[in-house]
Each structure stands twice: as C-alpha cells, then as structure tokens.
Design a protein around this ligand. Structure first.
Ligand code: DX5
Ligand code: ZN
Length: 218
C-alpha cells in the first residue's frame, strides 16, 4: 500500500482557505487532516463545526478529524454532521474508549485513537482490532510546527508488531513534525499515513512537497 499524505489544515492560510482546500484537492494528498482543539485537553483553541462544514463543501477527499478535546463523546454526531469521515479521539481523554469506538463506527465514520507521546502503545492491545487508525502523536499536541520526537520511531515499530500479531488492519498515522528529511525513516518503521502541516504550508510549492512526501512511500 502506498502512503497516505494528510496535509494539516491548521497550517493553512485561513484568509485563503478555499484556495488551500483546492490545492489539496488537486494534489497527491489522500486525506484532509483537521485539528480540533478546545483549550482544555490542549492549551490551544483552533476551530469547530462552521469551518469543518465549509471545508467539507469543497473537499474532494476524506476529512480526517483529530479531536483534541475533553469528553469527545458529546460531539460524535455533530462531527458526523459537519462532514467527518474519520474521527479520532484521544486515549487520554476517553474513559470508555471501546464504547466510543463503536459509537463512532455506528454513525458511519472510521474510528481512530490518538495517543500522546507519553502513552505506550501496549495500552492499545485490547482495542486495536476495533480501531481503524491510530493517530500517534510525534509532538505534544496543541500546536503545529514543532520538532519530531525521535522515540516515536520505536513506538511505530512496536505498534506495527502488535497489529501484525493481532491480525488487525489498523493504519498507523504519524502526526507532528513530519518533514521531507525524517519521513523516510518514519515510513520504514511502519507508518501508513503522514500528517504534515508546517512542511507543506511553509514550503514555496505545497503541491510539490505533498508529491515528494508521497513519493517516499512508493
Ligand atoms: C498538533 C496537531 C498536528 C499539527 C501538525 O497538535 O495535531 O496535526 O497540525 O503540524 P506540523 O506538521 O506542523 O507538526
Ligand atoms: Zn492532528
């Protein structure tokens, strides 16, 4: 399987959001990565339903919505209605994770678990077969443009081994600090999906940067 590139809309130019959505539509990207932050689970506040609905109107690829919010289960239906195709909730924010995964899938979305850098992958053993995507944070969540935490490579390998051993079909998504320099080793460790915010949107040619990231996975 070739790698899925998921540009992070958090780093887009919000004054030209339509232009940036169109750029992603016409690029080698596979998904839109959409970061929702509540100022409680993470220190930062990003955006909510109106922006997601606007993106959905124009996006020709799935919306991969990453919830960095407390009590995410309160909003599953709202995010479905806003246009989420994949909905990831944080392990650290979920008391009844198994139930929540089922609830997300019952609404017709793919279900993802996001884990912070301090959360060991071994904690996912009993839910991995119920999980479509693990969004592994390779920075502390809350902000774009941070540096990749090198220990993530060990975590990717451990998670890949678990997925194979359990016969799961879960995708491994890496979120935070992905660059053209480190993407090769992230993919070699076993990642399937690369989120890229700063690397894409601060480059002089975002479309070419997305293509270059994707080419590393072929
Ligand atoms: C961080 C977000 C990321 C962020 C990645 O909390 O979850 O998705 O947008 O941005 P970069 O690629 O710039 O680290
Ligand atoms: Zn994210």
């Amino acid at each position: 399987m070739s790698v899925i590139i998921a540009p992070s809309v958090l780093s887009a130019d919000f004054l030209n959001l339509g232009r940036d959505v169109e750029m992603i539509n016409n690029s080698a990207a596979g998904w839109f990565h959409v970061d929702v932050m509540d100022g409680r689970f993470v220190p930062n506040i990003s955006f909510g339903m109106p922006i997601i609905k606007a993106i959905k109107k124009q996006a020709s690829k799935p919306l991969d919505v990453h919830l960095m919010i407390v009590e995410p289960e309160r909003y599953f239906e709202d995010f479905k209605n806003a246009g989420a195709d994949i909905l990831s909730i944080h392990y650290e924010a979920s008391t009844h994770l198994h139930r929540s995964l089922q609830a997300i899938k019952a609404l017709g979305m793919k279900a993802g678990i996001a884990i912070n850098p301090h959360t060991p992958v071994s904690l996912l053993a009993d839910v991995i077969n119920d999980t479509d995507v693990v969004c592994m944070m390779s920075v502390n969540p809350g902000f774009g443009g941070q540096s990749f935490i090198p220990n993530t490579l060990n975590k990717i390998k451990a998670l890949k081994q678990m997925i194979v051993e359990k016969g799961a079909t879960t995708l491994i998504e890496i979120d935070g600090g992905v660059t053209l320099d480190n993407a090769g080793s992230i993919l070699a460790a076993g990642a399937d999906v690369l989120v890229a915010g700063n690397t894409v949107f601060s480059s002089s040619d975002p479309t070419a940067t997305i293509a270059a990231l994707r080419a590393l996975g072929k």
